[in-house]
Design a binder for this molecule. Sequence first.
Ligand SMILES: Cc1ncc(COP(=O)(O)O)c(C=O)c1O
Length: 309
Amino acid sequence: MTSPDLAALRPRLPSPVQEIADGRFGRHGIRLLLKRDDLIHPDLIGNKWRKLAPNLTAAAGRTVVTFGGAYSNHLRATAAAGRLLGLPTVGVVRGQELSDRPLNPSLTRCAADGMRLHFVDRSTYRRKSEPETLAGILRAVDAVDAYVVPEGGSNSLAVRGCRALGEELRARVGVDADADVHVDVVALACGTGGTLAGLAAGLGPDQRALGIPVLRGGFLAADIEGLQERAFGGRRGDWSLDDRFHFGGYARVPAELDAFAGDFERRHGVPVERLYVAKLLYGLVALADEGAFPRGSTVAAVITGRPFP
Ligand SMILES: Cc1ncc(COP(=O)(O)O)c(C=O)c1O
């Protein structure tokens, strides 16, 4: 078994940083930067590259089995990685009822990239981390020796991979003609919190990370502490969460949020992924209005994904 050659995929790292002139920040004396992780790779987009790359290396040519919902960005990225690197992949999809329906565009892309899809009912899906359930799934997909990546890709290798995102923003960053910008706050949208757990560990002592959870529930801080404990042996970096911008929960995109995202795209020519990135940018505008960032601050928003299709 050999490790796949990830360098051959030519990731754009460090990802570029772009300054945005937007009066909603400018009038409060805040400089807004976009950390364009969406430009790292056309198929392994944003945090997907940072999380999957170390796992694909660890898989060392074995079949990669992973998990996700019917529109999972993570499943699409894993399938694309399989195609690009010649690795067999299996996607375990939440929702047995989907198995006898036509595939949606996201799962169609997974299948076209060579991913074998295996649908499980919601109760099995919830128990997928229990050893017996997992063993049953691996037997069912005929991949008992597979390398298993959890839902969302957030294991310790992934968290440590995301530390590089913080490190890229720790030194003074080059933005257009200005080669010497100090970032005070790095903000990003959170699902499992794996990206924030790693990013925060890579920042400097005079910087902080701000997470905007896109799921409802208020459980995320404990999850992130657990992820940092397992990846680094304890809490790392200065980070906090603001739970007010989930818009009702995962995949909820009310008209107001969609209009906000469309307007941001028109103003700045940056594609805005709706499930995560739109909630982040909306939250930042609200926080700037509330005076959450002192005048003279520089805030970097991480663009962790791109709209699909
Ligand atoms: C576009 C995008 N942004 C942010 C995230 C959240 O990442 P995490 O699960 O590490 O919090 C995801 C989820 O994988 C995502 O697809």
